[in-house]
Design a protein around this ligand. Sequence first.
Ligand code: 13P
Length: 256
Amino acid sequence: MLKKSQKIIVGNWKMNPSSAEEARRIFLSAKKQALKLKNIFIVVCPPFIYLQQCKKLFIGDYIALGGQNICKEHSGSFTGEISVNMLKNIGAEYCIIGHSERRAMGETNEIVALKNRVALSAGLKVVLCVGEKERDINVAYLDFLKNQIKESLYKVERKYIKDIIIAYEPIWAIGSKEAMTPSDIYEMTIFIKKTLSDIYGQEEALKVRVIYGGAVTFRNAEDIIVEGKVDGLLVGHESVNQDGFRRIVKTINEIN
Ligand code: 13P
């Protein structure tokens, strides 16, 4: 279980790897780190198809599994979708919602808000992704972000706020060579917390962890955490690179 003192590192495997055997190896490597390193908490979000085998590879709560998406409906005729109960029953505790790659497939803030409600009311913890497409000189991205957060959290009751982690992922940084600069990340973190405070009040807003995602590697991870002052990382391509991920988590573990 995630402790207050720990940084959270979420590995979003996206649509990787292509075999169950490789998934097993990548998961076992993350598990080994999770067992050893006490200042971090790892959440692995593999493709749905690998969740069950990953779950069978550990007993206990020193590491957790998450889905990369969820259906906004509980059951029924929704071909290709995965419901919240399916995720929960397989042993997932977290779910990424509103990733920009899903938003690019047509997921609106309204759909994200419905998914948040379904996931939170079923007891899942939500990694809610937000982030702007570009940073324009008129700073319209701040209004964009504020609106995205407000609409995505529409109807999320105050009591669930503690179960939300906001993953700030500027879209332009995802999959690119360069992450956002730590000082810009710090600014955006403050902005996100202020937006949450406007919605739920300061006390609740302070319960929400804000993490960063977008081109995180072992080279920039420490600066992002220390100077960007975020509570953790959402790691994409490096989360399926055993050595790269091991170095990221080890680096962050040593910060405390
Ligand atoms: P990369 O780390 O590959 O840039 O991806 C970030 C991301 O989208 C994680 O959800």
